[in-house]
Design a protein around this ligand. Structure first.
Ligand code: ARG
Length: 460
């Protein structure tokens, strides 16, 4: 027998570097609190069900409480020799209360224990992420309200397409983060499930009460198949998938903000607190935090792909491969939470160069659709109107004359249906405000969507 907690059938000790390879204590100590919480619920159940004597349950409970106090004070020391958080805790409890600690593991396996800890870990943390998303959405709504009428070019293919408002643009991201919010809310449902009681894989012969444990730990529901309970990591994959999609949104926003603070665009300027300088070029002000978030997107995608690949082809039930599940989730959580906070502060504090945005909508032919629509309302088939305006644009490009600066006679030469009222329609403000179709960029629409968004947030 070796000195491992599971060492009964072993005669040879592993080398230290082999232990190191197999250990997870380096990272799963992040679940220390959850491990103690799970043990407290389990021992309460063991005592209540008479599976162990009430006095032993009380001794173990007191010991676990002591460990909680020590953990909070930073006085617990974990070692690789004890492999993971579960065995480290058991060893620390044994040091504290003696061999009675060994009764805690009755009707339990590390397989259902680790699954329980991991569920609890995420269950405890999803609310903070949801709150952070609400803060981000709140800033977007506030800024969208303030900029409901701030004109800017709308792009397709990164070419000027049609004028929109900055408020409308921001509300597009509100919608994306709303879907993120809904996805993470749903993620709670599959996270809020108790695996404990599945034991190693097949359930247990002891008269346990899983509903009692679920209630103790505040779980909404419990797993109904012991094999599934110990081998399911869907909740973690759902989290990573949601995190990857959220990072995609942040990364797209990051890309635009980075572009917009260039000399060429100059639509916005980052607050000093969300920018960095260069060690050699004194004039530089870089959008480092937007860039870093864009970069970290790769790491979150990597976490998702990593765990999907780890889980692929794993036979039921538990396999040690699954020890690889925690680091990507821990890392992605820190990354997405940090990124959401950064973007909240960044969007809140950046300066909008409204005049610059507006000017970019004036001489860019982004009112060409207006003229085509104008002709279409005068009875010209849209295809024909498109061709007429295309030729006018070509002429305008050659003579450096915007559509609204062309004399009426020239416009009428191209299409006799054009009258003097066309000029009012060619202004970017008019182009925006005529787009009143549901979801369109008209100022009144944006204001209405802002009210709707506020109600969504207030409803949480
Ligand atoms: N450290 C392990 C993990 O993270 C705990 C479960 C170990 N179970 C086992 N049968 N070896 O997955």
């Amino acid at each position: 027998m070796t000195d491992k907690l599971w060492g009964g059938r072993f005669t040879q000790k592993a080398a230290q570097w082999v232990d190191q390879f197999g250990a997870s204590i380096g990272f799963d100590q992040q679940m220390a609190q959850e491990d103690l919480e799970g043990s407290l619920a389990h021992v309460a159940m063991l005592g209540q069900q008479g599976i162990i004597p009430a006095a032993d349950a009380a001794t173990i409970t007191a010991g676990l409480h002591q460990l909680q106090t020590k953990l909070a004070a930073g006085e617990l020391h974990f070692t690789v020799a004890n492999e993971d958080i579960h065995l480290n805790m058991e060893k620390l409890l044994t040091d504290l209360i003696g061999p009675v600690a060994g009764k805690l593991h009755t009707a339990r396996s590390r397989n259902d224990q680790v699954a329980t800890d991991f569920h609890l870990w995420l269950k405890h943390r999803l609310p903070e992420l949801l709150t952070a998303l609400t803060d981000l959405q709140t800033v977007l709504v506030e800024k969208a309200e303030a900029h409901a009428g701030t004109l800017m070019p709308g792009y397709t293919h990164l070419q000027h397409a049609q004028p929109i408002t900055y408020g409308h643009y921001l509300m597009a991201y509100f919608e994306m983060f709303q879907r993120d919010y809904e996805r993470f809310s749903f993620n709670q449902r599959h996270t809020d499930m108790l695996p404990l009681g599945a034991a190693a894989l097949a359930g247990t012969t002891f008269p346990i009460d899983r509903e009692f444990v679920a209630a103790q730990l505040g779980f909404d529901s419990l797993y109904h198949n012991s094999l599934d309970a110990v081998s399911d990591r869907d909740f973690a994959l759902e989290f990573l998938s949601n995190a990857a999609i959220l990072m995609q949104h942040l990364s797209r926003l990051a890309e635009e903000l980075i572009l917009w603070c260039t000399y060429e665009f100059n639509y916005i300027e980052m607050a000093d607190s969300f920018a960095t300088g260069s060690s050699i070029m004194p004039q530089k002000k870089n959008a480092d935090f937007a860039e870093l978030t864009r970069g970290k997107t790769g790491r979150v995608y990597g976490a998702l792909m990593g765990l999907l690949t780890t889980m692929k082809s794993l036979p039921l039930a538990y396999n040690k491969d699954m020890q690889e599940d925690k680091e990507p989730v821990f890392d992605a959580y820190t990354t997405v939470l940090g990124s959401v906070h950064i973007f909240t502060g960044m969007l809140e504090s950046l300066t909008v160069h409204a005049q610059k945005m507006h000017d970019a909508t004036v001489n860019d032919f982004s009112n060409a659709t207006e003229l085509a629509d104008y002709l279409a309302t005068k009875g010209v088939p849209f295809r024909q109107a498109h061709a007429i305006v295309g030729e006018l644009v070509l002429k305008g490009l050659q003579t450096h004359t915007a559509l609204q600066d062309m004399p009426l006679a020239d416009l009428q030469a191209a299409a006799p249906q054009i009258e003097a009222d066309v000029y009012a329609e060619l202004a970017p403000e008019a182009a925006v405000n005529r787009r009143t179709s549901l979801g369109g960029t008209a100022v009144a629409n944006v204001q209405r969507e802002v009210s709707r968004a506020k109600a969504i947030i207030a409803d949480r």
